[in-house]
Design a protein around this ligand. Sequence first.
Ligand SMILES: [Zn+2]
Length: 224
Amino acid sequence: MRAFDAGEPDGRNATLAAPISPDGSARAGERYRIPPREGRAVRVPAGAVLVIENTHGAQVCDFWAFDAADPGCFLSLEHTRPSIGHVIPQAGDTLVDNRREPLIDFLTDTSPGVHDTLVAACDHPRYVKLGAKGYHDNCQDNLRLALLAIGLRAREVPSPFNLWMNTPAGPDGRISWLPPVSKPGDVVRLKALRDLVAVMSACPQDMLPINAMNPEEVHFWIEP
Ligand SMILES: [Zn+2]
């Protein structure tokens, strides 16, 4: 059996050929589009603020961040949850890496604050188990492809910060799969505390209602 390579996509989509620039550097103030079902990587210099916009309001955006100087060091929600003392990060929280060091200041959230940190990014096997025939776009491949598009390779696929994903665990521990409660134009503002490579995926989930059954575009920019 071939060894599993976390950096190798299970399939391809347009993400691979559409980086925002050859090395992922952004022009500050320029608004970048992530088309429905695709992903993009962006370099966020230390001290810069990344803004991610839920353009149409009912779209989940999977988010990852890697230390640009040490890609084995990345945003870790399982380390962040005990650090902040709650399951869902809120504006005012500092998100930490897998060495428990501060990585991102979560500055602003204009949405009601419903996000997910429990669920792995969707992947091709997930869609096969849901009944998909053939290849289905997925957030894990969007991460891999967005990194390959700027000359990097995922060593692993960390658990994402699933922005606007409304999949609460109820009192009995059961997870519900619900549409987002965010509204068009809601943003989160995230300040990089080190030079980062951030990756976002406009989640292509259309077999569960988490994107209101209609995957849409999202936008992002680096504040000037
Ligand atoms: Zn997804």
